[in-house]
Design a protein around this ligand. Sequence first.
Ligand code: F6P
Length: 327
Amino acid sequence: MSANLKIIGVLTSGGDAPGMNAAIRAVTRAAIGQGIRVKAIYRGYKGLIDGEVTEFTSQDVSGIIQRGGTIIKSARCTEFQTREGREKAYQTILKEQIDALVVIGGDGTFTGGRLFAQEYDIPVIGLPGTIDNDLWGTDATIGYDTSLSTITECIDKLRDTATSHERIFLVEVMGRDAGFLTLNAAIAGGCEAAIIPERTSVMEQIEDAIGNGRRKSKNSAIVLVQEHAVEGGANAVAQMVEKEHPEYSTRVTVLGHLQRGGSPTAFDRILASRMGVAAIQALLDGQRNVMVGIQNDDIVLVPLSKAIHQKKDVKEDKWQAMLTLSI
Ligand code: F6P
């Protein structure tokens, strides 16, 4: 057990994700339970630079497990990408006597945390908090399950109007560079096609979607378009479809930040709770610069470098299932 662990800092950074609050609660209570003090850093790395730090008691995290967003706010901080910014952040670490950091976020959060850990020799534990599910070494990230459910609910609603008006809906889904949300939502929503960065056959897929519709005497379709799979997003795809098939009427729905909000699902609450407890245990065990992940329902520790740099691919059977079931 690490004797030097008296105070930890916790922050959320990058895009918020449902379940981040459950993670903050778990980290706080698990630490306090071990006699470790917890300092919440507001607005991610920006708050670390600016010294926006408040000590948390167990009561400060009461009643938040069911709340979306993050009570300690989040930000994307370019200043932390500079050496000067990180030096300022380190001054806060010294002033607040923080011995280790738990950072909750995605790829950018871990990249910054890892660099900081290396430069200033401070243990950093990452909790994967992002709707994108794009971190290697964990089957799921906190927020992904909730977002997937939200998107599926939206598709169900769009289905009603798509079939009533016999239209093709192009629905733009978030995910940064990854198609996990899009592909899985396409399966869950029974969509006719999904356009994701990991597979490139854009027009081919759309042709299939339209062709499939015809075969079934179905004159409507819902095609999910991952936000960065095609330049111009769902609007550009709609234009392509209208050009090739002027007989079809298209509509575009950009789901946008709706996908990031809402009360976390039970899955995300449990995942965040387990990961938060594991983060404190990892620090007590002397671990540093690792991400807490989940694999086959087991908590695992993965080097931050691997979580960031290794590519997590979509499962081929899911892609095939989506194609097979879209006829
Ligand atoms: O990483 C989460 C995410 O929601 C991505 O899916 C999306 O590309 C990005 O953040 C949007 O970021 P912002 O809220 O800063 O516009």
